[in-house]
Design a protein around this ligand. Structure first.
Ligand code: FMN
Length: 352
């Protein structure tokens, strides 16, 4: 297949970053982004939470904030996609500019601040889905909300019926106070409340509930989160969101911008947190590994560190959607080369 991204990529690269993103969403919506030739390999199949994932490579939250492109995105070869973050009420997010490309670092910095059209619109979009495929919904809270836990509860109530999983996002750095919900007591109250809302839905509408965490956590934070997550009985963790840290060695002029850093420099810290969470939960809680995946080797490293599934976002901006199938092909080889018969067999291999 022609790699059209070789032509369109440089054009998107000189556009203002949000304009480039808007154009990409428009092209996806209009069916102008060709679907790759299907690539399936039995070694990539994952069965988790009673669902069958054709492959473990997912699209991370933040790309499709309103769930309007779930079908087009599934057509790009992802094993699953996560839409959102969505908040109860629509909100514009932070003022622009709020998205920066760090070309020499293969990274992005964003301070979008949960720009989205709200839960009702998300529910409407996802309710119209025809194409089979796994779509998780990432829940956020409104900026300045007086009752943040109620925001997440509302999300679970409104969206449990249209989501294949729900992710409680307490880790985006651009909503003041949000990450404080990762603290032991508040997290426990939050998860209990959201689980109760999820469990109140009729059984077919009770999706798995996951928690998405930051990479910027102390050892005590990680221990607390592991204990609270297991005790509460949630179904998994997503590690990690963007970092407020600025790892050494970055060279792009925009590296000093405020916001969450994603892409290549995030790989090491986020994979470290993923491995820590696997160890702290004794491998009992399924983990989704995300942060800095650019090649199959990165994806495989996350699986060996403890991830049952992986996600990516930033590398797509630099390499285009053809990256998804390249990662799948190479990942299947890496898994076989180590003598594993499935993704599941390789999960956590580095800890054994
Ligand atoms: C522009 C942008 C917007 C994002 N928005 C969200 C969001 O709304 N909710 C969320 O949980 N994560 C969000 N993320 C974080 C990603 O889901 C992911 O955790 C992070 O970018 C690390 O993966 P990557 O290095 O492959 O990009 C966003 C990331 C980017 C780059």
């Amino acid at each position: 297949m022609v790699d059209y991204f070789r032509f369109i990529g440089p054009i998107l690269g000189v556009m203002e970053p949000e304009a480039a993103h808007g154009l990409t969403l428009w092209a996806l919506k209009k069916g102008l982004v060709p679907s790759p030739e299907p690539f399936e390999d039995p070694v990539l199949k994952v069965r988790l939470w009673g669902m069958d994932f054709a492959n473990p490579v997912g699209l991370a939250a933040g790309f499709d904030k309103n769930g309007e492109l779930a079908e087009a995105l599934l057509g790009q070869g992802f094993g699953f996609i996560e839409v959102g973050s969505v908040t109860p009420r629509p909100q514009p997010g932070q003022s622009k500019p709020r998205l920066f490309r760090l070309f020499s670092d293969h990274a992005l910095i964003n301070r979008m601040g949960f720009n989205n059209d709200g839960q009702e619109v998300m529910a409407e979009h996802l309710g119209k889905r025809q194409r089979p495929g796994i779509v998780g919904v990432n829940l956020g809270r409104n900026q300045g909300s007086a009752a943040p836990i109620a925001d997440f509860v509302a999300g679970a109530r409104t969206l449990a019926g249209v989501a294949d999983y729900l992710a409680v996002n307490v880790s985006s750095p651009n909503t003041p106070g949000l990450r404080a919900l990762q603290g032991r007591d508040r997290l426990s109250g939050l998860l209990e409340a959201v689980l109760a809302a999820r469990n109140a839905a009729p059984p077919p509408d009770r999706p798995p509930l996951l928690l998405k965490i930051a990479p910027d956590l102390t050892e005590a934070d990680k221990k607390d989160i592991a204990e609270v997550a297991v005790a509460a009985g949630i179904d998994g963790l997503i590690a990690t969101n963007t970092t407020i840290g600025r790892p050494t060695g970055m060279t792009s002029p925009s590296r000093t911008q405020a916001g969450g850093l994603s892409g290549r420099p995030l790989f090491e810290p986020s994979t470290g947190v993923l491995a820590d969470m696997y160890r702290l939960t004794q491998g009992k809680l399924p983990l989704i590994g995300v942060g800095g995946i650019e090649t199959a080797r990165h994806a495989y490293a996350k699986i060996r560190a403890g991830a049952s599934l992986v996600q990516l976002y930033t590398a797509l901006i630099f390499h285009g959607p053809g990256l998804v199938n390249r990662i799948k092909r190479d990942l299947a080889q890496l898994i076989r080369a180590d003598g594993f018969g499935s993704v599941a067999a390789a999960v956590g291999a580095d800890h054994r």
